[in-house]
Design a protein. Structure first.
Lengths: 363, 363
């Protein structure tokens, strides 16, 4: 039997730096745990644009559709700000999401004990925080038609369309309920059903799917109130499910509550493949961070924990994922810190590369 | 000359309770400062639905278009949750905004010194916070067509349309720049130009309007990053301008940073009327709070400060607005607190009505 396959797309900014550290971890699993991967690497985002004039080459897209999992670094940067919309780095990422049909985006907001002081929130509000946001990722205003900038009379009008079918809502909801079943059986769905008809349909479908999960306590909240409640008392939540655009904003808000974005992984999952595992892409929550690129300041942990999620969700290696997560916690407990997490007394500042080495050593 | 006119729409939940306290303040200004208003009162939201079967009667709409300013309490409540979308309480509010053409919604997020401890954020992050969010209020996904729930094949699809013309963006931007000129000359515009064409047009038009305000330092931020930055370091902002939907969420997030929603007023302004003053509606940021309705627990300050904003923006009575705001600060400094702001040592708990009396006494 051949090894499981992994496509690595480092992307832009700090993407390649953090991915280099994930490579060390992957190598370790191959050498020490007899868990070898067929790893290929390719370009996405600005890097792909520089090479090919498009933010994702068709060949790369085809590869992504074939492998068992994709691991992505980050895309975008000021260098590409003035590019035409159709070839912006982000379009590469969005094409991957859409064509791989990764409808369920899992974004944990978890506050690591050792790092609770980095939050801008009071310690008791965030210590022990562990919520999971399930964001619908392949529909809504990100992809709805019509869209564009059109002439109208003697001015222009910018149009985007929020659009959700029942089946799109249903499959995202179902994945959130499944997740809630494996966690604390509490799910909060967020929309603006008081203002948007798409929100009414969202609420209705989520409620209907909920009938299949009688054990899960389902609640509904308007998304604006959701933002407030996340700031006020985030620990009231376990799993949150919401649409693509609200999910973009609310998951970033939730992530920032922890104060350590450099720690947070994410998974984007689609329908099951022949092997029973979902199509999947894993990426850190943080962006390409052009301001610190190339300075050894980036924290590779989010990307390394994204690989841990891949071990768990794509490769059925839950125990190995636990092992990797434990190694990360060990290193943090030892006081090892990249530049984003300095400030406390008695910690050991390290570079991106040294952090990778420490984690491998802890493994 | 006749008195300036004011239409009071208490609405639902705690709306009538907090408005009763504003009434005391209005009476005081008439008696003691020779500043009498022609006050009329009418129904909106669920209260209007109960009386007329619609959340805003045409006669009320007509009155709102005639007066110098509208003061609104709050709308909505669980009693109305199952109403058809077209007659939900919120539709009354949205109709007022739309037909009065109140395109510029000013939402201050201000942290009162005496209350900084109520924030879930660390004190140094929020103490002294004073930002103003300018939210476009009459367009975008709230009003764009097509909208609705439609049959498509053998399922339904929920559709809403995000739609902005150049002139809609321009007038909102202009009001934000004007405000920035009167404050710290720093404006941050938020959209998702990396994903939405309407965001591209937004950014372009805001930039163009900015050429008329060379003194204002203009920046642009993606709305998801905006949510993060609000949580991480809100004091980096002075004025923020954004669209209707992002503004709904980001302004609630910003308001909650202060920890005391019961303190925050808002103004919704339109084009100048014959008297040179803008069409205007004022309302507290908090909602109808059905859970505490009728218990004397509501904080009337947000609504009273909304009246202070009316004094300033609609009645050219800046000095009287200052006087009212000073009275509120005085009462807080004296340790007088409604139920939402209890918890500290040595404060005096008061009911909604007592708070109103204290503020009048401080005047
Ligand atoms: C880079 C951008 C297209 C993307 C999004 O808006 O979805 C990012 O913000 C995210 O949340 O993954
Ligand atoms: C009540 C509701 C329609 C309204 C909105 O979504 O605009 C409210 O949330 C607000 O922010 O004023």
């Amino acid at each position: 039997m051949s090894n499981p396959s992994l496509l690595i797309l480092p992307g832009d900014g700090i993407g390649p730096e953090v991915m280099a550290e994930v490579r060390k971890v992957i190598t370790w699993f191959g050498d020490k745990r007899d868990l070898a991967f067929d790893v290929s690497e390719d370009l996405v985002g600005g890097a792909a644009y520089d090479a090919h004039g498009v933010p994702l080459h068709d060949d790369t897209m085809a590869k992504a559709l074939e492998v068992d999992a994709v691991l992505l670094g980050a895309v975008g940067g000021p260098k590409y700000d003035d590019l035409d919309f159709s070839v912006k780095p982000e379009r590469g990422l969005l094409r991957l999401r859409k064509e791989m049909d990764l409808y369920s985006n899992l974004r944990p907001a978890q506050c690591f004990d050792a790092l609770a002081d980095f939050s801008s929130l009071k310690k008791d509000i965030v210590a022990g925080l562990d919520i999971m946001i399930v964001r619908e990722l392949t529909s809504g205003v990100y992809f709805g038609e019509p869209r564009g900038i059109f002439e109208e009379g003697n001015e222009r009008v910018g149009i985007n369309t929020q659009r959700y079918t029942e089946s799109e809502i249903e499959r995202a909801a179902r994945s959130a309920f499944e997740l809630a079943m494996r966690r604390n059986k509490k799910l909060c769905s967020m929309e603006k059903a008081n203002v948007m008809e798409s929100g009414i349909l969202w609420r209705e479908v989520v409620t209907r799917v909920g009938a299949d999960y009688p054990e899960v306590e389902l609640s509904h909240m308007y998304a604006d109130n959701g933002a407030m409640q996340l700031v006020r008392a985030p620990k009231q939540f376990d799993v949150i499910v919401t649409d693509n655009l609200f999910g973009d904003i609310l998951s970033d808000c939730a992530a920032m509550l922890t104060g350590s974005l450099g720690m947070l992984p994410s998974a984007s999952l689609g329908a099951p493949m022949d092997n029973g595992r979902p199509k999947a892409m894993y990426e850190p929550v943080h962006g390409s961070a052009p301001d610190i690129t190339g300075q050894g300041k980036a924290n590779p942990i989010a990307c390394i924990l994204s690989f841990a999620m891949a071990l768990r969700y794509s490769f059925d290696q839950g125990a190995e994922a636990d092992r990797l997560e434990a190694a990360v916690e060990q290193v943090l407990a030892d006081g090892v810190r990249t530049a984003d997490l300095l400030g406390e007394e008695g910690v050991t500042p390290v570079s991106t590369g040294e952090m990778g080495d420490c984690i491998v050593a802890a493994l």
